[in-house]
Design a protein around this ligand. Sequence first.
Ligand code: ZN
Ligand code: ZN
Length: 292
Amino acid sequence: MSLIPRDFSDRIAFFVMLGAIHLITFFELLVILPYIDQDRTKTYWLHFTIGMCFYFDIMSNIGFILTIDTTSGSVIMPSVLKLGWRFCSTCEANAPPRSHHCWMCNKCILKRDHHCTFTGNCIGFSNQRYFLTFILHLTCAAIYCNYLNMDYTWEVLGGFNFKSVITMFVPLVAWMFGFAATYGFFVAFVSALCVIGCLLLSTFSVYHVNNLVHGQTTSEKTHKVHDYDLGLVGNIREVFGVKWYVAWVSPWISSPLPGDGVSFLTKQQHDREGHVIICPMKTAFDPQQNLF
Ligand SMILES: [Zn+2]
Ligand SMILES: [Zn+2]
């Protein structure tokens, strides 16, 4: 199994993302923290610990997204086409409801949400939890970095004035026209990366959390499908598993998913029951159990 995306554009996006995460992490640890607290007192170690927790958490989520199998694996799909199922001519197999064939991964993905260019993998039934914690925690980390950087960046750029504002928004142009020295350009570049990253990630987070709350995949959202909306707690449990109330804290907390990714509780069945069914299928599925 290769952890590096096969597709060329995915590979570029993957390495740009990893490069940006590591550049910002080292910048915060080696430049910003010593500036905030030169004497390395409790404040320094507090920020250092928070930063390392974010780094370990984000890299772990990426690891789980890359390694968890999002297909039906070794489970043999039924040879008779059941109601709501479809035949995938590429995989030459019957595919369950909510699954879609991904032309980048070249396989059918259970409860497919979307193909994530930054990890070169599809997000679906088994790894959606890790994708959501990845973007939510990365958004928090980006906000935290912006908060830490603010004073240092303006100080290096010579305070709040016309030149520093230009340098902040278009660092390369400012450097080329001599508005900023090379170090000023570097600091402004990293800060701008944090600001842009924060804005993009916040937008992604709002979009995907909205889908989570309504029990929809990206495709179901586009086609206005509400068949699997089990209410707020039911929808969160479907993605974050039976320990949904703590699973969002860390990807290392085991939280088996209700169901098997092949059959799903519908809104109709759920409403008929009148309450949330914790584990509607025969067994709960733990995506991490095959990894270790
Ligand atoms: Zn297929
Ligand atoms: Zn894919």
